[in-house]
Design a protein. Structure first.
Length: 470
């Protein structure tokens, strides 16, 4: 066909055979159609997962679009989320060639959590609407670690401990990175540990100079905090141990369960701060360390022995760099036991009476150590007087009690000493109970029995007069 001819969508040529009978005639139909085209959209990948990302950063990916059909494919791209901030190109065409599309996301201002969105692909493809999926998780980095704690000065060749801590709001494991020279470059990453657990590293400095220590934290997904504030450390040359401490001064004898104070001092050649290790029993094992003190300061510490014996007290000094002196000479102290008061005298007082009337009873005891004494009466009716005192050793106590019911009772008393004279009976020693004084309530009907004392008879007469008045 050409321009001068009419173009038919189809032309039909009907041939009739004149030779054949009419019932054998055949229709021969020929149809000519114009050329048909069908574009087909293809793209790969169909989605992309950025995984864990940090807030305030931009991330990029790409995908390809092409036409796998015939004719020309045209397309344009529309993002569904505001954080999809860049698509290039955002439209185009293809007759078979592949076009690479760059995609940018911006996480600025996004809170932690899962995000997903799409880029809608509009095209002249007949397969419908297509889209490229995007997903990611905004990961909150750990908090900035605390300023490193540890010594601010030291000497070469000596290990020192430095600690810091960080919190991850999502509970991720944390690794700590150390920058030891202040150049904002991590020189060492530690192993991962739970959020909020203090990280400690031991550093041995090889050169005398000033060091600027700082830490940063990284979670298990790679999100990093900023650097902590600096810890400045001054490292000098060789360190010298403190001199031998002075022999401790203090009492040479004492009692068990009594606190005694001892004093010593030492000088450090480098004028370093020093702490003291006390050996309270002479076995060359440190039983108690003090905190650090200025070189040359006197230090006093108290100790209480719980067993009688002879003890050798020694002390060692250690400077802030870990160098130790030898032990001092020994201080001897002899500790004796605290003796309990003697068995108190049998309570003295009325041996019969009437319920509801108070009666007085007395006793006394002697403490071999001359300590003050407290007394406790057991009234035989399930009650006691409680501890009463203090009384001097050998002094008499008089205590009253009223029985509520008739019956026979046994009164007894025991004593406890106060070795420190401070009213705290927890370190006192109790005596055994006295012999019991039996009494009866009500009184014996024979008021003037020979078994009664004059005081008993007098008390009974008073009670008799009182009963008549009632």
């Amino acid at each position: 066909m050409n321009k001068n001819k009419m173009k038919f969508l189809g032309c039909i040529l009907l041939s009739l055979s004149m030779l054949a009978p009419s019932y054998l005639a055949a229709d021969n139909i020929f149809i000519e159609s114009e050329l048909y085209t069908s574009p087909s959209l293809e793209y790969t990948p169909i989605s992309y997962d950025f995984g864990f990302v940090e807030e305030g950063e931009c991330y990029f990916t790409t995908f390809e679009i092409w036409n796998s059909g015939t004719g020309e494919l045209t397309w344009d791209l529309d993002p569904t989320q505001p954080w999809i901030t860049g698509i290039s190109p955002n439209n185009g065409s293809s007759t078979g060639e592949r076009v690479t599309v760059s995609v940018r996301i911006d996480t600025t201002g996004l809170s932690s959590g899962l995000y997903s969105g799409f880029i809608i692909i509009n095209s002249n493809d007949t397969t419908g609407i297509n889209s490229f999926g995007i997903s990611f998780i905004v990961n909150e980095p750990p908090s900035t670690p605390s300023r490193p704690s540890g010594p601010s000065n030291g000497v070469v060749g000596t290990p020192y401990a430095y600690s810091t801590v960080s919190i991850d709001s999502e509970g991720d494991l944390i690794s700590y990175g150390l920058d030891w020279n202040g150049d904002d470059i991590v020189d060492h990453w530690g192993s991962y540990r739970p959020s909020g657990v203090t990280y400690t590293i031991y550093l041995t400095f090889a050169a005398a100079r000033t060091y600027y220590l700082q830490f940063k934290a990284k979670d298990e997904h790679g999100a990093q905090s900023g650097f902590s504030p600096f810890k400045t450390v001054e490292i000098t040359g060789e360190n010298h141990a403190p001199e031998v401490p002075d022999t401790p001064t203090g009492p040479s004898s004492g009692d068990i369960d009594t606190s005694y104070s001892f004093t010593t001092s030492v000088t450090d050649p480098d004028d370093d701060d020093v702490k003291y290790g006390w050996d309270w029993d002479g076995d060359n094992v440190i039983d108690q360390w003090t905190g650090f003190y200025d070189s040359g300061d006197s230090v006093t510490l108290s100790h209480r022995y719980t067993s009688a014996g002879t003890y050798q007290i020694k002390v060692v000094a250690e400077d802030e760099h870990g160098a130790q002196s030898d032990f001092s000479s020994s201080k001897t102290i002899i500790i004796t036991g605290n003796s309990a008061p003697n068995k108190p005298a049998t309570p003295s007082g009325p041996i019969s009476g009437k319920p509801g009337i108070p009666y007085s009873y007395s006793s006394s005891a002697i403490d071999p150590d001359g300590d003050n004494i407290y007394y406790l009466f057991d009234w035989g009716d399930g009650t006691t007087s409680g501890w009463k005192g203090p009384f001097g050793s050998g002094s008499t106590i008089i205590e009253s009690h009223t029985w509520a019911n008739r019956g026979t009772y046994a009164i007894r008393v025991k004593a406890i000493d106060d070795p420190n004279g401070d009213g705290d009976l927890s370190d006192g020693t109790e005596s055994v109970y006295s012999d019991s004084l039996p009494i009866s309530m009500p009184k014996n009907k024979n008021l003037f029995s020979r078994e009664h004392t004059f005081q008993d008879i007098y008390q009974n007469i008073l009670e008799l007069i009182q009963s008549f008045r009632n």
